[in-house]
Ligand binder design. Structure first.
Ligand code: DGJ
Length: 745
């Protein structure tokens, strides 16, 4: 494990080898120009003599001795950090506009530094690890013509097969100012295989649906220019060998630890070399790098799995649980909450909330979350964002009184805020119209009747934090749902000069990070759940601040199967906000069994979003059983290994997933029979992740009693995994689900 390197006598060639427990990443310098070329990323190479590396690797395209003939080399060499405009016509990683009007860039190796541990990225989310857990190499290069020093950071983890990469650029002073027009965070080159790409595509209420397709020639890019990672496309790219499936094949996953505009791109070029790029979207990005200043690009996580897509997911889950999410709640059972949004929308008052809490508390629910509509004069979505004062016409007696009444009923209290926004109909906007992101003389585009606050401004950040802090201190508030309901348009800042307008998008994102950092520092006990009109900002950047994120506004369990499957491709189940919804479902109109809604929500943080005073007695009676189910099994879901067993997205019939404790002593299998079929074929399912040498008891959970059923089957782990069990079961009717609990005996 760790980082090794070998320098050759000619002084031009240095090979770097970066090892995680099961993967190796290699690159080298060549030529007196200091070109930095990628060599290999894949299975761990157990070479003890680093000299062997040079014999394994024979690069097909070395730079010609004749310096006048470099273009053919430039256009096919696998650059670690490709510059712009010197004959490499594939997409590049960085570009500038210097004071002479030139945009060309290049990276030439100058030196390197290897050390234990991992540096923080100032003001930005990033994975972390101790000196025992990880090791970092900084490759320092220069672009002399532009007076730039470019540092490429690579950190390898000793306990997870992941590599974190980021880039820092410093203006060493040749020019007073250099405009950075593009600074991506990672480039990795692949050759010699046919690949598929996996992207996560979506829309509002349909986030992160898995989209796999063969990679052809040309550029295949997903991106966001919405000022957030977005519902529509996701800062992730999977590159998988054509035959890869859940359990086998080469799988590479790249995930961007950033919550703003991004690109994730795979480009297959003329020589079948695939270049994967990831970083801040260069469109509408222009950063002024003044003499002596640095620009830090966000981090990209690279994961390789030789054991299919499932192992890639488990690696991301482990990395994020151990090395990204900081909240003390990440390893704890979260309180079972009931959120009033779909129960009441804007139509609630103190009395209504107390009646929900009273009933919910009796059923075992532990926290009431008051959603949108408690402040200013907000009775619909047309006003008051920015005026964070309690509307005492609705919350009679005030917030403190309400919270005390909720607490008296044995429940915790949580609150909703949308701190980044400003309604045109608000006292805040009337006082500070220039605090909204807008362009002078251009009629601003409205979305959900609101504008976005200009968080590139220090005064706006400080004011906003003051508002959040005032509310949180005003009562015993133990949870905050931080929402963000519109994407950015008309991006301009009234405060910044014309030279700086290209910085607004990134500065906005840094402003959000600063606010959340201050929040969790000043209120370390608050459980923070991020949210963006559902799941438009479900990304690793946000996980650095909150242990859970609202996954989607679509809570229909059948839709959720697909959304949660796509989300769990990268993110641990412990981070997915999931609730038992009302029926017919408010997004789809579908009616599903209460049991099924419970089983699907169990695969996330678990809670309720319905009017518990208005549901049927039959469903109400089931809540204590669901509460007991959550307490029994949450640790398996939260801390365990996740396996996809069957995908409704692919088979259009049923879905099945499994979570297994790390010590393989317990497992949960959830089966959702979406479409009832008579006489359908046997579902002989080979379970995964168990210990072949252990015997296991198998019992279904009974949602009427809140206990496992009496009948049990005892089977050896090897039989369960290699021969399989029949999960055909007795499902009469659509949308039926069951939960099987497996325990080593
Ligand atoms: C969007 C969120 O996703 C919903 O859960 C709810 O909080 C609404 N916003 C409130 O406006």
């Amino acid at each position: 494990m760790g980082i090794t390197y070998k320098s050759y006598e000619d002084g031009c060639r240095i090979i770097f080898k970066l090892d995680t427990p099961n993967t190796t990443y290699m690159f080298q310098t060549v030529d007196s120009d200091g070109f930095l070329l990628h060599i290999y990323y894949g299975r761990r190479l157990r070479l003890t003599d680093i000299d062997d590396l040079s014999r394994i690797y024979q690069h097909p395209f070395l730079p010609s001795e004749n310096e006048r003939e470099r273009a053919s080399f430039m256009d096919c060499a696998p650059f670690e950090y490709p510059g712009h405009g010197l004959g490499d016509y594939r997409d590049d990683a960085f570009a500038v506009l210097n004071e002479n009007g030139h945009s060309v860039t290049s990276f030439s190796y100058s030196n390197h530094r290897i050390y234990k541990g991992k540096p923080r990225l100032e003001g930005m989310p990033a994975t972390f690890g101790t000196e025992e857990e990880c090791e970092t190499v900084e490759i320092i290069g220069t672009d002399i013509v532009n007076g730039l020093e470019i540092t490429l950071f690579y950190t390898v983890f000793n306990d997870v097969d992941a590599i974190a990469k980021s880039v820092n650029i410093r203006n060493t002073g040749k020019f007073e100012n250099i405009k950075l027009t593009k600074v991506l965070s990672s480039c990795v080159e692949f050759y010699g295989d046919e690949y598929d790409t996996i992207f996560l595509h979506g829309s509002w209420a349909r986030e992160r649906i898995i989209d796999r397709k063969p990679l052809g020639y040309g550029r295949h890019c997903v991106s966001s220019l919405r000022g957030e990672s977005s519902h529509q496309e996701h800062p992730f790219i999977g590159l998988v060998s054509r035959n890869a499936d859940e359990d086998s094949g080469d799988v590479y996953g790249f995930n961007f630890v950033y919550s703003g505009n991004f690109i994730a791109q795979a480009e297959k070029s003329q020589f079948d070399i695939v270049r994967v790029l990831m970083g801040i979207n260069p469109v509408d990005f222009c950063w002024n790098l003044r003499k002596g200043k640095e620009f830090q690009a966000p981090e990209v996580i690279c994961v390789y799995s030789a054991e299919g897509i499932g192992q890639m997911s488990r690696t991301f889950h482990d990395l994020y649980r151990k090395h990204l999410i900081r909240s003390k709640y990440k390893d704890l059972e979260r309180p079972i909450l009931i959120n009033n949004w779909e129960a009441t929308y804007f139509n609630f008052d103190t009395e209504k909330l107390i009646s929900i809490a009273e009933q919910a508390s009796k059923l075992g629910i532990e926290m009431l979350v008051m959603d949108d509509g408690w402040f200013g004069h907000r009775n619909d979505d047309s006003s008051s964002l920015g005026d964070w004062t309690v509307n005492e016409d609705k919350i009679k007696g005030g917030l403190k009184y309400l919270v005390e009444e909720i607490n008296k009923r044995g429940m915790k209290f949580g609150i909703w805020m949308e701190p980044e926004m400003i309604s045109p109909d608000s006292d805040l906007y009337r006082a500070h119209p220039d605090w909204a992101i807008q362009i002078p003389d251009r009629k601003a585009v409205m979305s959900r009747a609101q504008y976005v606050l200009d968080l590139s401004r220090r005064d706006v950040i400080d004011y906003t934090f003051g508002q959040i802090s005032k509310i949180l201190k005003s009562a015993n508030i133990e949870y905050l749902k931080w929402d963000m309901n519109r994407q950015l348009t008309d991006v301009g800042s009234f405060l910044l000069g014309k030279e700086e307008q290209g910085e607004v998008f990134h500065r906005y994102c840094l402003g959000v990070y600063e606010l959340q950092e201050r929040l969790i520092t000043e209120f370390p006990d608050i459980l923070l759940e991020n949210c963006s009109g559902g799941g438009a900002r479900f990304d690793p950047g946000m996980l650095y601040y909150s242990p859970q994120i609202w996954t989607s506004d679509d809570q229909d369990p059948i839709e959720r199967i697909k959304i949660q499957q796509g989300t769990a491709l990268i993110y641990p189940l412990s981070s997915m906000g999931a609730h038992v919804c009302d029926c017919p479902n408010h997004s789809t109109g579908r009616t599903t069994p209460f049991e099924t809604r419970g089983y699907v929500a169990l695969a996330g943080t678990f809670g309720y979003e319905l009017d518990v005073t208005a549901i049927s007695e039959k469903n109400k009676k089931m809540i204590p059983a669901q509460v007991s189910m959550y307490h029994r099994y949450n640790s398996i879901v939260r801390d365990g290994d996740y396996y996809r067993v069957a995908s409704f997205l692919e088979n259009h019939e049923w879905d099945c997933w499994e979570t297994v404790t790390k010590d393989k002593s317990e497992a949960l299998i959830t089966i959702v029979n979406v479409m009832a079929r008579v006489n359908y074929k046997a579902r002989l399912v080979k379970l995964k992740g168990l210990d072949p040498l252990k015997n296991y008891s198998l019992r279904y959970f009974d949602m009427n009693t809140g206990e496992e059923e009496e009948n049990e089957l005892i089977l050896p782990g090897d039989a369960l995994m290699y021969a399989g069990i029949n999960l055909t079961g007795n499902y009469f009717g659509d949308y039926k689900a069951r939960l099987l609990y497996i325990k080593a005996i």
